[in-house]
Structure formats: C-alpha cells, structure tokens
Design a protein around this ligand. Sequence first.
Ligand code: ADP
Length: 725
Amino acid sequence: MALFVLVLGLILTAAFAWKTEHNTEARAASEFALVCNEIIAKISSRLHTHAQLLRSGSSFFAASDTITRNEWRKFHDHEQIEKNLPGIQGVGFSLIVPKPKLKEHIMNIMKEGFPDYTVWPAGNRDVYTTIIYLEPFVGRNLRAFGYDMYAEPIRRKAMEHARDYDVASLSGKVILVQETGQNVQSGVLMYVPVYRNDMPLNTIPERRAAIAGWVYSPYRMNDLMVGILGRWDSTGNNRIHLQIYDNVAICANTLLFDSQHNDNLKNQASPERTLIAPIDFNGSKWTLCFSRPESSFQYYKGNFTVVLIGGIVISFLLGGLTLSTSKLKNRVHIADLLTAEVKESNEKYKQLSIQFESILDHIPALVFYKDKSNNFIHVNKYFAQAQGKEKAELEGKNLTDIYPAEDAEKYYHDDLSVIRSGVAKLNIEEPWVTTEGTKYVNTFKIPFIDIAGNIMGVIGLSIDITDRKNAENEIRKLNDTLEERVQERTSQLETTNRELAFHIKEIEQFTFIASHDLQEPLLTLSNFSKLIQEEYAGKLDDVGNRSIEFISGAAERMKSLVKGLLDYSLLGKEQVMTMVDCNKTVNEIILEMAALIKASHTEITTQELPVVFGFENELKILFGNLIINALKFTRKEVAMKVKISAECHEKEFIFTVADNGIGIEEKDKENIFIIFRRMHNRNEYGGIGVGLAQCKKIVELHSGKIWVESTPGSGSSFIFTIPKQ
Ligand code: ADP
C-alpha cells in the first residue's frame, strides 16, 4: 500500500510538474489535492490511533473481572493521552445495568463517595447504561457521570454497531453532555465493546449476550481537529477551508467541523477550487470538503524543478505515512491476538483452578494455606466443615480469629519456623479444636513458595488421628495398671490354691478317718451275723435264714468298699519316690497271679519296660489293677491275650496295657475312672469300682495322664504317661 501511495505520489508529481509548466492553476489544484490528501491521511490515521487506544482499554477489562475507578485512572495516566493524542475529551467506560439491578448499582456508586450519583436521564427502560468512569474526571467531564448514552438514538446506533461487529464505531453528530452552553461544538463519540470474559463471541447473538459495556471517547470536533492538524491553515495566502460533514449529506445539519467557523477571513471558494473526499471508519462515513482561494498554491509558478523535487519529497512522505498507518493496523491486529490469548489463558487457568479445588475438597484431611502474617489464604471443604463454617468465611481470617489464643500461638510458632527456615515440618501431632470438641491431628507443614522462589507463607495438611490417639491412651492406661492387676490376680490365685489345697487335705483326712473308723463297727456287724448263722442254724425259718445271709453279704461288701476307700486315701501317703524298674514290678505281679493266669488260659506278653522315678508300691497297684481288669473283662469265645508295652518319648514314657476283652462303650470312657462307678452287674463281673480310680490317682501323683482307647467287642487299651525326671 505504502509503495502504491509512493508510486502514485511520484506519478502525480510528474504529472503535476508537467502540468505546472502548462497550467498554473492546474498545478495549484494538484498541490492543493496533495495537501488535502495529507490532511485526510492524518485524520484517518488519528482515528485509528484513537480506536487502538480504546481497544487497549477494552483489553484491560478483558484481562480482569473487575476494574476499579483507581485502576481506570492509572490506565489513563499511563497512556499519557493528553500528551500523545491532544484534542481528546476523555476516555471512559459505560457499564450496562439491567433494570432490576439499577437501585443496587446506584447505592454501590453512592457508597464510593458520590452521594449525588444517579443514572440519567430518568425514565423506565429495560436496560440502562451509565458512564461510571471517565478520565480525566474533572471539569466538564463530571457532567457526563451517570449519563445513559444508550437512551439517545444517535449514540445508541454507534454502540450497537460496535457491539454487534466487535469493532470501534463512530457515532453521528451529537452535542456532548459535556457542553456548558458556551462555545458549543459539535461532538462525536467512538465506542469499543467490552464483553464478559467467559462467553463465546462468534455470532451477533453471542456478542449481544456477552456485552458488558463500552470503552469510549467523546470528541469535541474543533478540539479534536486542532489536536490532529494544529494551526495548519494559518498562512494567509494558502488558507484551506475544511468542512467535515457527518455521513454523505453536505448541509448545515450534518456539519461537524468548520475550520473557519469563527473566522472573518473566509475564502470565497469556487467549485473548481473545491475537493470533496470521504473517510470511511469501520462503516461510519465523514465527508471532508476542502476549498481554497483563487490565488493560493501558486508557489511553483514556472518553477518546474522546485515542483518536481517538492512532489517527490511529498510522495515519499505520504508513502512513509501510509507505511506507518499500515504498521499501526498491524499493531492493532497483534493487540487483538494478544487479547484472545489472554482470554484463552484465563479460561485454562479457571479450568485448572476448578479441578484443583475439587481435588483439595475430596482429600480426607484438613488443607490450608496461610500467609506470613498468619492469615488464611485458602482452606479446603473438610477444614471449613470442621470449623462449622463455609470456606469463604475462613479465607482472609487470622488464625487468632478462629482458635483460642493459646492454640493459635502454638500453631503459629510451627508456621514461623517453616517460613523462616524454608524447611518442612512433618508429623506434628497436636490437639485440634473443632466444633465437636478437641481432636488430634498429624500435621505436615511445608513452605508456600511462589514462582520466583520466595516464601509466601505455609501450606498445611492435617490428618485426623483421634481414634488412634484414643486407642493409644487407652493402651497406655491399661499398661500403667497391668502390673497392679497381675499382682492382684496372682494373689487371688495363690489364696484360691491355698484354700483348695487345704480343702483337699481336709477331704483326704476325712476319707481316711471315715474309712478307718468304719472298719470296726463293720467287723462287729460281720462277726455277729456269722455268730447268728452258726448259733441259730436250724432254729430260724427260711425268711430268718435269708435275712441273716443278706446282712452278712452286705456287711462283707461294706467291708470291701471301706477297705477300697481306705486304700484309695492312703495312696502316695508317706511314700518316697525312687527309681522303679517296671520290668521287675510287672514280673512280680505276673508271678503273684500265675494261678489265675493259668486258669484263664491267658497269654500275657511283656515288652522291655523302662525304669521310672516314682512310688514303687503305687506303681505295682497301678499295673496290678490294669492286669486284673484285663483278666476279668474277657470274652468267652476268644483266647485271651494281654500285652504290656511302653514307648520312650522326649519328656515322658507312654505305657499301654492292652487286652482283647469285651471293650468299653464310648459314653463310659470317662466315668470308669470315677470311684465306685461300675459299668457291669456284680453278678456278671465282680468288683467294687475302685481299681481304675486308684490308677488315675496314682498316675496323677506322678504328674501323668491316663485314658482308655477301646472298640466294644474287640478289646481295650489303657494308656498312661509317666513323665521323665
Ligand atoms: P471293678 O473292676 O472293681 O468294677 P474298676 O474301677 O477296676 O472297678 O473298673 C470300673 C469298670 O470299668 C468296671 O466295672 C468295668 O465295667 C470297666 N472295666 C475296667 N477294666 C476293663 C477292661 N479291661 N475291659 C472292659 N471293661 C473294663
């Protein structure tokens, strides 16, 4: 484009130079056209620069959800607008306020220190807009505060155009509300839309839905043109009369600017010395009408060289100007791209924040961030619930606002050590005050570090260990009393044992005395019944004889029972334990019972038996009772076999006396060891039921055990153990 302008300028210069030679008036006209083009370019360029400024303001809003009055002032001051863009009336922001929120909005602005603030003009409208910021906020600009530009059709049209197409839009001709009545000038306004951050903007309906307000500038046309052009037409001879009209109609109503409005040196321009050129700014049109006096622009009369050189220079200047204009457009484009990038990053940041927040809230632990001054920056849901509060209620609060002073000081002490040292503190077990009472937590505190590596505060994570702590306390308490309780129990057992030993002794004594003392009257009874039988033989009738026989038999059985009882009670009494060779003991018994064994045709086999440490007599009674029983409880149909054997184990000897007799029912296996318990009728198998009870007592005297294994009808094995020394 710049090249095009340059080439065009050079062609025009050549043509103009040539024409200068031939037509002075035509040359003057060309010169006039060049100057006009320069002016057009200047105006167009400045409008785009203003649009760029407003775009920056819009981006400023896009980068943040809320912009304060102070921040807007800083933005304005930072841009140095008066210095860089003279003629601009101000840079403002017009906010959209829906009807239901109007009252609340007015109250909020009043609270900022503007008690007279209101949105004007008054009236019932669905949507209000209000100029809430306009910098510099002094002088005539104060008059625009709260003005609803959207209520005015000309401004509204430009606002809607900017909103629908996301462009900078110029309004038609208006009288600014800043006008005071003196030196009233025509005005125009430029608008750039501000959309809400989180909404799509691809279509007109989407942009309408997203609109939040407009960044805008009001211009007083005279001030603006002086700012753009300076005193460009001051040289008397070449005065150019410039009139700018809104849109394409050239009439008094649409006149925006007249460079000689208050000038009594007006030129009488003719149509030949008039140049009309349009400026199109994003769809808004201005018509520029230049005119010059008859004798103007004739410097170059007859001076071909001067015209040629001047034209070339001007062409280069115009090319340069066009180049810088296109660069400016590029910058605008880059700014737009940057704005889009900022929006995208904001979006991603929001997404990440939501995910992170969700993770924190689902960790079954208390999580908090604090700054260096002990204020909570952030807490998770679990933490807030434990305090019976919402997260927002805790954020920004100081530790001392939440916990009792003593606890807060302790917590802060740990925080400070982490902040100062930069080293994490782990596994701090500490009490934790909650609305449900004091609990216990295991806390990890780590430094909270920013991107630059500076320590900003502390991040804490606390796990509830109340259950474990309570269990530990319980165990500790139990341990503390354990020894005491063991001693108490031991002494109870000792007492019980002593009492038990005493009672056993008593019973043994009673058994011995009873069985011993019963012998004498029994003997008397037996002797006298025998005497009666002998003395009164033949004198008593049958009943008398049978009665005497019963008495005599019962007395005999009684004697046997008492003797058995006495023998039982005497077992182990006043005996000394010695080494007993069981082979010898068993052989003696077999010898003593030789007749019985022979008569019953019993085959007795004996294996090698051990030498044990025990009571010699008692062991003989033990083996004797078992062998007698084996000989007694036999089956008539089989040849009797008795086998006596022993096994040597690590700690004991295990003896077995086995027979092939009648066997023992499962239900009787325990009962047969109880004294006087018999499983058979005495007419069938004789006996008094003392033998196995003696065996049990003897084995237990040696700290052993006795039991029977048997299959009824096949035989029995009596097994007992005798511990080694
Ligand atoms: P007694 O032999 O005087 O009846 P014991 O105490 O020796 O008393 O035996 C108790 C009971 O055990 C016996 O009445 C008998 O029923 C049963 N018994 C003992 N030894 C044997 C055995 N070798 N075979 C079968 N039954 C037996």
